[in-house]
Design a protein around this ligand. Structure first.
Ligand SMILES: [Mg+2]
Length: 143
């Protein structure tokens, strides 16, 4: 992706952040009334919905026999997963601006955390459970 495409996507995401913030404050109250805890509570529920949608999609793909009904059901499961992931992103944004972060603050914090993660030591992924979180190794961990 060239720099212009990246810039367009960054601008679209920034516009989404601002639009969601304005709608959320008008609909659910300003940060002086509602901080990040409410959206984080909702995010925990949406994460479970996203995980269920991902599991359903995987199951439908694994059990498909090539029928038209299978293809429709897989397409529906893909759309459901996309919608649940979008719910998670929107609530993440809601929690961020209600915690006082601008879009630029959130992008900076994420970039900083990615750099921190890259500097950490991680176990070989081949020996891990693909459905579970992988924790970085800490001092004293056996490798
Ligand atoms: Mg949902």
């Amino acid at each position: 992706m060239d720099w212009f495409e990246q810039l367009k996507e960054a601008n679209a995401m920034h516009a989404l952040f601002d639009e969601q913030r304005d709608w959320s404050y008008a609909t659910f109250g300003p940060p002086s009334f509602k901080g990040p805890l409410g959206p984080l509570d909702h995010l925990a529920k949406e994460v479970k919905e996203a995980a269920a949608a991902a599991a359903l999609l995987r199951s439908r793909i694994a059990n498909a026999t090539g029928t038209a009904t299978d293809r429709v059901n897989i397409a529906r499961a893909e759309l459901d997963l996309h919608e649940e992931l979008a719910d998670c992103l929107i609530l993440m944004f809601d929690a961020a601006h209600r915690a006082g972060l601008t879009f630029a603050d959130l992008a900076d914090a994420a970039a900083h955390k990615l750099a921190t993660n890259k500097a950490r030591t991680w176990p070989a992924w081949q020996g891990t459970d693909p459905d579970k979180a992988i924790e970085h190794l800490r001092a004293g961990d056996e490798q």
